[in-house]
Ligand binder design. Structure first.
Ligand code: AP5
Ligand code: ZN
Length: 207
């Protein structure tokens, strides 16, 4: 199973990815999580990426494409993979096509902007695993603690309201075009074309 999850910041890509990867036994390739790990480790990539991420902009296509290509060479990707937050621009999508990276399904998680701000402001994450909670909609068993490890949950630096607004704008300007890109490819029925499904992302996580 080779999947792409598409959707606005806060649509629930990471939340759904944690269920899908368990069910199908495939790795979640979240470029956001990979960048946050680099920031935490203080690598040159992390230092560079932090500025861009805190501003709500996108890290350069070359960096991201190389990061993902490298990740795909690891043995756990042989049986499939789940892209979360990637591709995010036409050049990123084109690079995967050119490299022959197979995709079976593209799932679009559809959530209106009005819901997004609320979701981001209540989000709490467990940095080591990427597990995501919401103080109201998806609370941990013990407030402020990860369910599996009991470790502290934190708020993401880019979840401030001003940054969230910028990220939404960047999504509409640069990423939303991918809905049509994959939709048209799916409709073409060409060999290797993925199937495309749009899912209503408003409702309970389990739904
Ligand atoms: P990234 O980490 O990918 O962030 P994002 O796409 O903005 O998406 P989020 O992680 O914010 O949201 P999500 O859809 O995963 O939602 P979640 O499940 O957490 O990227 C961060 C930054 O890195 C970018 O801004 C960019 O700078 C850089 N970057 C990353 N990839 C890049 C790329 N490919 N190219 C260039 N730059 C890149 O859910 C959100 C909240 O809602 C949670 O609190 C959750 O509990 C709650 N929630 C989830 N589902 C529901 C529900 N059904 N009902 C109620 N609440 C819900
Ligand atoms: Zn995410």
């Amino acid at each position: 199973m080779r999947l792409i999850l598409l959707g606005a910041p806060g649509a629930g890509k990471g939340t759904q990815a944690s269920y899908i990867k368990e069910k199908f036994g495939i790795p979640q390739i979240s470029t956001g999580d990979m960048l946050r790990a680099a920031v935490k480790a203080g690598t040159p990539l992390g230092i560079e990426a932090k500025k861009v991420m805190d501003s709500g902009g996108l890290v350069s296509d070359d960096i991201i494409i190389n990061l993902v290509k490298e990740r795909l060479t690891q043995p756990d990707c042989a049986g499939g993979y789940l892209f979360d937050g990637f591709p995010r621009t036409i050049p990123q999508a084109d690079a995967m096509k050119a490299a022959g990276v197979a995709i079976d399904y593209v799932l679009e998680i559809d959530v209106p902007d009005s819901e997004i701000i609320d979701r981001m402001s209540g989000r709490r994450v467990h940095p080591a695993s990427g597990r995501t909670y919401h103080v109201k909609h998806n609370p941990p068993k013990v407030a402020g603690k990860d369910d599996a490890t009991g470790e502290d949950l934190v708020q993401r630096d880019d979840d401030r309201e001003e940054t969230v607004k910028k990220r939404l704008q960047v999504y509409h300007d640069q990423t939303e075009v991918l809905l049509g890109y994959y939709g048209k490819w799916a409709d073409s029925g060409a060999p290797g074309a993925p199937q495309y499904r749009k899912v209503n992302g408003v409702g309970a996580v389990e739904e």
